[in-house]
Design a protein around this ligand. Structure first.
Ligand code: NCD
Ligand code: ZN
Ligand code: ZN
Length: 346
C-alpha cells in the first residue's frame, strides 16, 4: 500500500479569509497553499481595485513568518461595476478574476447582480482581456427548490451568458451536482471548482439524528448520486476540475442560531481529507492534478515549484475541533472519519 505521496504545492481556487480578527485567525490555516483565489464577499464587499489592493495587504500581514502563500484577489461584481476599473485592476496585477454572486444567493451577497443586461459591457471587457468570471451558480428565485437551484441556474443564467460571451472564461464555483459536472464538461473556456466537503457529505449529513449546522453550506449538499458524480469528476484527472475548498469560516455563535450562516470551515484539514477521498477512489496518482495542476493551468499560471508530502500513518492526524478568533470560536469541518494522511511541508 502506498504510504506517502509527494505533490507540487497545492492551490485553493476558492477561499474565504474574511477580515479583522477572523482573518488573522484563519489565514495561517491556508498558508500552506501556494496561492488562493480570495473571495470578495466582505461587509462591505470588495468592489474596486483599490479595495482589493488594500485587502491583499491585510491578508499578507496575517500570514505566518516564512509563508509563501500568494493571495489572488477578486472583485465583487455589482450592477454598477465599471468595466474600466476591472481592466485597470487586472492590468495593475491587483486582481486575478471577478466574482459573480446573484443578489441574495449566499452569505453577504446582497450587493450582487440583479440585472444581467446591465453588466454585459463588463463581460465583454473581461472576455477581451482574458479575465475569468467566477460564478456562484444558484438562482435566487424562492419558487425554485433549494436542491434544484444549481441546475436551474445553468439553464436560465449560465448557458445564456456563455452563449452571449463565448470567449469569456468562466469558473463554475463549488459545483454540487451531476448537472454541474456535465455542463462543465460540455464546452470550451469553462472550469469548475469542487470543494472538499462536497466530496465527503451528502444531504443526509445535514439531518443525521437532528439538525447539523456545521454541515450547512451553500450550495447545499445534494443527494448521494451527485456526491458520487463530484468524486468521479475530481478524481478523473480531467483538467476542467480543480480544488476550491470554499473554506468559509463563521463564528459558532452565528452558525448556531435559529437562522444560522452557511459555510464549512475546511482549511485546517483539507489536504488530509482529500488524500483519504482519493485513496478510497483508487486515484492517489491524480490528487496532484486536482490540487496543484489543473487550476493553475486554467488561470494560465505555472504550477508551484516546491512540494509537499502526505504520509499515511497508523495514528490519525490531529486537528483542532475548533479554533479561536478573538472572542469567537469557529468549528473545523468534521469529515466523520479519522485522517490517516499527515501533511508535511517539504
Ligand atoms: N459557501 C458557503 O456556504 N458560504 C460562503 C459563501 C459562498 O461561497 O457561497 C460564505 O461566505 O460563507
Ligand atoms: Zn458561493
Ligand atoms: Zn465561497
Amino acid at each position: 500500500m502506498t504510504d506517502h505521496i509527494t505533490l507540487r504545492r497545492p492551490d485553493d481556487w476558492h477561499l474565504h479569509l474574511r477580515d479583522g480578527e477572523m482573518l488573522r485567525a484563519v489565514t495561517p490555516h491556508s498558508a500552506g497553499f501556494g496561492r488562493a483565489i480570495i473571495m470578495p464577499n466582505l461587509v462591505p464587499p470588495v468592489v474596486t481595485g483599490q479595495q482589493a489592493a488594500a485587502y491583499r495587504e491585510r491578508i499578507l500581514s496575517a500570514l505566518p513568518e516564512g509563508a509563501t502563500f500568494q493571495p489572488q484577489m477578486t472583485l465583487y461584481l455589482t450592477d454598477t461595476t465599471d468595466p474600466a476599473d476591472v481592466i485597470k485592476a487586472h492590468q495593475g496585477d491587483i486582481i486575478r478574476a471577478v466574482k459573480l454572486y446573484p443578489a441574495g444567493a449566499t452569505t453577504n451577497s446582497d450587493s450582487g447582480v440583479t440585472d444581467f443586461d446591465r453588466i454585459r459591457p463588463v463581460f465583454e471587457a473581461m472576455a477581451e482581456a482574458g479575465i475569468p468570471l467566477c460564478v456562484h451558480g444558484e438562482v435566487t428565485d424562492p419558487d425554485v427548490d433549494i436542491f434544484d437551484r444549481e441546475a436551474v441556474f445553468i439553464d436560465r443564467v449560465l448557458d445564456p451568458v456563455r452563449r452571449a460571451n463565448p470567449e469569456l472564461k468562466v469558473v463554475m464555483e463549488h459545483i454540487t451536482t451531476s448537472d454541474g459536472v456535465a455542463y462543465a464538461r460540455s464546452g470550451e473556456n469553462i472550469g469548475a471548482t469542487i470543494t472538499t466537503h462536497h466530496l465527503v457529505i451528502n444531504r443526509n449529513a445535514i439531518f443525521a439524528g437532528g439538525i447539523r449546522p456545521h454541515y450547512y453550506c451553500l450550495p447545499i449538499a445534494k443527494r448521494e448520486t451527485h456526491r458520487l458524480a463530484l468524486r468521479e469528476a475530481a478524481t478523473s484527472g480531467d483538467a476542467r476540475f480543480f480544488l476550491g475548498t470554499d473554506s468559509a469560516p463563521h463564528p459558532d455563535r452565528a452558525k448556531l442560531q435559529p437562522c444560522g450562516c452557511a459555510g464549512c470551515f475546511t482549511a485546517p484539514n483539507t489536504m488530509s481529507i482529500l488524500a483519504h477521498v482519493f485513496e478510497e477512489e483508487g486515484a492517489l496518482d491524480r490528487l496532484e492534478a486536482f490540487t496543484s495542476l489543473n487550476g493553475a493551468a486554467f488561470y494560465d499560471l505555472p504550477p508551484n515549484e516546491d512540494r509537499i508530502r502526505l504520509t499515511r500513518r497508523d495514528i490519525p492526524a490531529e486537528y483542532p475541533a475548533t479554533i479561536v478568533a478573538g472572542d469567537e470560536t469557529v468549528t473545523v469541518f468534521d469529515p466523520g472519519f479519522p485522517l490517516y494522511w499527515h501533511l508535511e511541508d517539504l
